[in-house]
Design a protein around this ligand. Sequence first.
Ligand code: 9WO
Length: 237
Amino acid sequence: MIFHVLTIFPEFFEGPFAHGVVKRAQDAGRLEIRIHNLRDYTFDRHRTVDDRPFGGGEGMVLKPEPIFLAVESIWPERAAGQKVILLSAQGRLFHQGAANRLSQEAELLLICGRYEGVDERVAERLADEELSIGNYVLSGGELAAAVVIDATARLLPGVLGNESSAAFESFQQTGHSEGLLDCPHWTRPADFRGWKAPEVLLSGNHEEIRRFRKESAIEKTARLRRDLMKEGPESGE
Ligand code: 9WO
């Protein structure tokens, strides 16, 4: 899979993809991330990417021309598996199901907004979809793009090395966007400052361990993320 990222801060992406699963996916040739500097698609001396908002008001808005030109240069003939995504606080909410869906695409181009926003013609006439990673305002789309790439890339076949396991398959289909959170985990020491790991996990009884994990996942989801639970007497409302 190929990700393109269009940004005015190309250096931003030196960090997030240089580690862990995303790094290994790139090294294994499963994933390619190409960073494009929006200023490379300007022609004036100052490499201007922004301008004042029509109607007045604070701050500046990203101009449409460099963004359209960049996308049309990267993909002179846009094919079906080539999707443009605008990251913005106004977009549809990104979740595990969206990551699963995006991981099926061949090539994605993520546009990162900055300043006070992006000319709306980018959302209306260029982007296939507009995505938000959550209900908060960021300073720009770069962090959001890194989140979308991380969540999507780890789903690619062969990237985690466990794509054939049943657990992985079922998580791929649903994610935690519907249903349950992952169960809580413990490791050594079994007694840390007098706080003991649950006895059952040390018992070697795999049937009981499985049941304990299911129950503790339900308990914790109900306590912290009641919103994820679809039905049942515990779900409230
Ligand atoms: C500012 C603002 C002020 C009051 C009420 C709502 C508001 N929304 C915004 C806003 O969206 N500002 C943007 C911040 C302007 C362009 C750069 N910003 C941004 C946020 N780019 N991308 C995001 C983002 C946030 C969440 N998920 C994906 C992208």
